[in-house]
Design a protein around this ligand. Structure first.
Ligand code: ZN
Length: 378
């Protein structure tokens, strides 16, 4: 009945896609209701759709501790970041309802375990820092003191911010299969795509069957470019410059954790569940501030045995237009001085766009720049 399982796509992490969607229980009104943060709600919805396979709920202590210490679940399967639900006190019943900030119930959790955790230790292991100026650490510090573990059944999916771009792993897998793809590279971004990233997605696409452009549209820092603007940028870029039969554009619903290297692993494993065999990892993937070294998010992949992750990371350098080469290039492929390279700092780009000026075409496609200029004007 389900064609997805018969394709030659990469297997989901742990072997099978988890589906934790189900019926709204008849006794929902009688259950104690817990209110989730936006990050917890986003994790819940990803569990429901199988993005976090093999997880079927929020992590118990064994998995949690094992992930922090060894980057593996208690079963030994690689996993880089805790997926946990913080609570103020142990619930009285053996089932609880999980609701959003507005009180709307989404799921029921079968209480398995309630345990204490050490925020400072989790911060050090996950984020490599305990500095509360780090957005991930700040969020962790604001959490309630206990973790509640248990399997979830989600009867109400989160309203996606971009319904036309919302695809669960089963749906992206079906889309890849329909196109006859076997090798698919996933590209995660939380920024508009300029020439540099267009270049590396295309270099990657040259070696595989298809490209999943998978922007993160979950919660980000307030100074990132708004998701609606970014989505418009992706549309004009893909329409104008990519062959439509080689790309799938979909949204990645995760909230940013800003855990740098560990988040790169986590992002890769999620994309494996979506059906990607390859994943692009640039410099400073999922980083913030100066907390991580430029190549840490690439180096961390070496902490796993070959084929342990299954999904293949593709590492990239910063790229730029080189006037002498007359093409996009990187330090790996271009021998010329930096004066030959068209480079603009983020600040400079924002200045230009804010003033209504187009950056050089070697830096940004004019269609993309126009969308950003319009966004800055309103
Ligand atoms: Zn050059």
């Amino acid at each position: 009945m389900n064609v997805v399982t018969e394709t030659k796509l990469i297997a989901p992490h742990g072997g099978a896609l988890v589906d934790r969607t189900g019926e709204r229980p008849a006794d929902l009104e009688q259950l104690e209701t817990l209110t989730l943060t936006s990050r917890e709600l986003s994790d819940l919805d990803m569990i429901a759709g199988g993005v976090l396979s093999p997880l079927e709920g929020f992590m118990g202590r064994d998995d949690y501790e094992s992930v922090l210490e060894t980057m593996r679940l208690a079963s030994g399967l690689p996993w880089a970041l805790p997926v946990s639900l913080s609570v103020a006190a142990a619930p009285a019943g053996d089932r609880v309802a999980l609701a959003g900030g507005d009180g709307k119930p989404y799921a029921v959790l079968e209480v398995d375990e309630v345990y204490e955790y050490d925020k400072e230790h989790e911060a050090r292991q996950s984020f490599r820092t305990t500095d509360e100026a780090h957005p991930g650490v700040a969020r962790l510090c604001a959490q309630k003191p206990l973790y509640l573990a248990g399997r979830v059944t989600v009867f109400e999916r989160l309203e996606p911010s971009f319904p036309e771009l919302a695809k669960d792993p089963a749906e992206t897998r079906a889309a890849f299969s329909e196109r006859g793809w076997r090798r698919v590279v996933g590209f995660q971004t939380r920024n508009p795509i300029h020439r540099a990233h267009e270049y590396l997605t295309k270099v990657a696409l040259e070696t595989v069957d298809g490209l999943l452009v998978h922007p993160l549209v979950g919660e980000t820092k307030s100074d990132d470019v708004p998701a609606a603007t970014r989505v418009e940028c992706y549309r004009v870029l893909l329409d104008g410059y990519y062959p439509s039969d080689r790309i799938v554009l979909s949204a990645f619903p995760a909230a940013m954790r800003y855990a740098g290297p560990r988040e790169a692993i986590w992002h890769a494993l999620c994309r494996k569940n979506y059906g990607c065999s390859h994943f692009i990892v640039g410099r400073d993937h999922a980083g913030v501030g100066d907390y991580y070294g430029t190549y840490d998010a690439q180096l961390i992949f070496d902490e796993f045995e070959p084929h342990e992750l299954d999904i293949e990371p593709m590492f990239f350098e910063h790229s730029f237009w080189c006037r002498t080469c007359g093409s996009m290039a990187s330090a790996k492929t271009c021998p010329h001085d930096s004066e030959q390279h068209v480079f603009l700092s983020g600040t400079k780009v924002r200045e230009l766009l804010g003033a209504g000026e187009l950056p050089p075409e070697e830096f940004s496609r004019p269609e993309v720049a126009e969308v950003l200029i319009d966004a800055y004007r309103t």
